[in-house]
Design a protein around this ligand. Sequence first.
Ligand code: SF4
Ligand code: SF4
Length: 351
Amino acid sequence: MSRHRLTVVLSQAQGKHPGKRALEESIVAALLMEPGLEVSVIPHLYDLGPDHTGRLFLGSVRGDMVFLSWLFPRAAFWVMDRDGIKGHWGESQLKPPVDDDDEVAGEPQPAKGIGTLDVPDRHIYCLDLRDFNQHDPYVGEIRRIADECRQRHEAKEVSRPATPPAMVQLGLNLGNGNGARTPVADAPGSPSFSPEQLLQAPGRRWYPVIDYSRCTNCMECIDFCLFGVYGVDGVERILVENQDNCKKGCPACSRVCPEQAIMFPDYKTPAIAGAPIGAIGNLKIDLTKLFGGAEKDALSQAVEERDRELVADGRHAVGASVGLPKRQDHQAAKPKDDLDNLIDALDALEL
Ligand code: SF4
Ligand code: SF4
């Protein structure tokens, strides 16, 4: 029998919304009854700075992990990846009820991005706490994931040559007033944290998050941002280098990225906050713009937002004169997509 244990981390909502807290507490209470799980609670993931105990704890988890948060799963996964908390994408079977009016629908498009580097041999499953308002669906899905991970782990054990037993057995300690367990290291030498340390309230943060499964490393974002947020790593891959240089509330560069790879997880519009991207969804979003008439073209809007921040910083507005030429060339050369074809068809109908 495998002793594989699954780490479950619940990331709380910002603020103290009673309905959200009640759901969080009922999930944790139900999970504590489940065998084979290590359950911990941390504050809102997106707000955790590099020294926050919750971030350090996440970094200390070595095995498979289920991560529940009030963020889109894509956003949560790539926030962690940026912070070095990496793993393979764990596919959840928990799907929110389908609403005909949903802005985003359809199957995810095949990834064509540059991907991430140095991914350890484990899976991270991200679940969205906004999908259901009761704990049962989450608990059921976590049971299923635990089985899936156990089977994967056992299959690896069978194929792996025998190794001497580990010298140190580690796990989590039960017990604290919050219903969560106190994490203890799951690898020799790892730190341990008290629930009080884990739940220390962080200040709010605002920065872009790159989805490397979509990012093609075109560098349009680094050309566009005039606040030094982006940089490149040692192998010339785009990177959100100075997260806290970003201007609070402004999502300008997410509108400029040709691959919809830049997310602002706390932004109000799902497409920018990291909602799943599907062909139908994209079309619907663009159709809203097409017929609504109120929304500006995305690039003009981005330029306007950037100018506003430049002026607020005591600098001069630059309009579209800086950071956009590559995109314009690219657009001219690009084959027509579904939306172009739709517009052509509408033109033909003289609507
Ligand atoms: S603009 Fe988008 S696709 Fe291009 S490098 Fe930046 S994040 Fe990647
Ligand atoms: S939102 Fe503005 S300041 Fe922030 S990274 Fe994008 S362009 Fe730079």
